[in-house]
Write a protein that binds this ligand. Sequence first.
Ligand code: HEM
Length: 446
Amino acid sequence: MTLAAPPPIPRAAGSFPLLGHAVQLLRDNLGFVASLRRDYGPLVEITLQPGTRTVIVQDPELIRTMLVDLGPSLDKGRFFEKMGELLGDSVVTAAGQHHVRKRRQLQPAFARDEIARYVDIMRDEVTAHVDGWREGQTLDVRETMVGLSLDMLAKTVFSGSLDEGTFRRLREDLSVVMNGVGARVMLPDWVARLPLPHNRRFDRSRDAVRATVQRAVDELQASGHDTGDMLSLLLRARDETTGRPLTGHQICSEILTLAVAGTETTASVLSWTLYELARHPDVEARVLTELDEVLGDRPVTFEDVTRLPYLRRVIDEVLRLHHTGWLVTRRTVTETRLGRWTLPAGTELAYCQHALHRDPELFTDPLSFDPDRWLDSAQPPPSGAFLPFGAGKHRCIGDRFALTELITAIATITRRVRLDLGGRTVRPVAQATVRPRTLTMDVRLR
Ligand code: HEM
């Protein structure tokens, strides 16, 4: 029996010569991608950059096939390639066997025992931030969470290797790189080459980070000390095939991309969690009761991360309703079969977690915030419908690290302060991640 040929992949309406779908994307990129799910089938083609075509994969089964079954044979696509050009070759940008080797080198830094050691650093950073907040102060929650996430990550990597002054300068430079990389990746290449002040600042800061990390690596190598931080671990990592350690340049590329992959994402989830707690006092009260029962008067520790099931459901629900993933890309290297379709080599592919997690066919009442939908007794979403950390060989290496940060930070913040949203309206914006455009709240000390 021969199967009927699949229907041709439709092209989304509203594309203009030269501009592609730029008008819709600039006007409301999240709304545009959500409309694709409503109006088209499992695959639909759009133009992200003039002259290129991207197939958006919309069906959960096909997304899984793309990430898991086809994962080893696909390139990571344009978005990640540009990141590699800007920050250097790393586990985030690599594909194929090269990626497998890089991932093995990094994995020990994210092992359970290491994360257990990082918790104290994370908690100290949160406490230091909250100590600075005053009763009645209007807090720029988004900016504060970006700073906090960067501090938690940077301290974990460098706590034993840099003196305080060098750390402060490095943190500022990392912050410039992180804030600039999203726009650089999205905009046409020639924009980044213009001699504009923010382009020069980006280049200067990236070079300064490289120089500082290289110095720290040289000093650690010369002293032979194990400082117990992530930098020391990376220095001990060996390439499986050659047995060689990572060079200072390679370590620096990994750290730059970890800062990008692990800061905006965590900061957005923290911001949305604080926003939802402010909007749902009943949920916040249940979180506080659970924290009182499990922690009593003591601060949160690594063992508590798995002992707070309600808080975990709250975070899962934020990862569903407000997922930070805007477009994750891949590219076919050879002619590739995806479901019933055969895609030529060089086809750009992408999927949008934010739209997937809000699909009414996959989640009941998808726009309502309901942590109890994740109770064991509730109906689980279909396979492939909930992918907070992706799937397959590129699944987030920092998933456990991120959950530990999120639980440590929310547990520490909510016990010290209540954040009051007042009547403010908050809108999402999709840039490097999907985040609140602005989010300010008033501090009420408990
Ligand atoms: C809540 C916070 C986070 C979310 C939602 C998140 C989400 C994701 C997702 C969906 C992917 C897969 C991308 C793909 O398929 O190409 C990914 C990859 C990655 N993430 Fe995360 N992430 C978070 C935090 C972190 C943190 C804290 C770190 C590191 C400290 C990190 C490091 C990475 C790295 C290195 C990769 C690439 C893995 C690979 O290709 O092998 N992430 N993340």
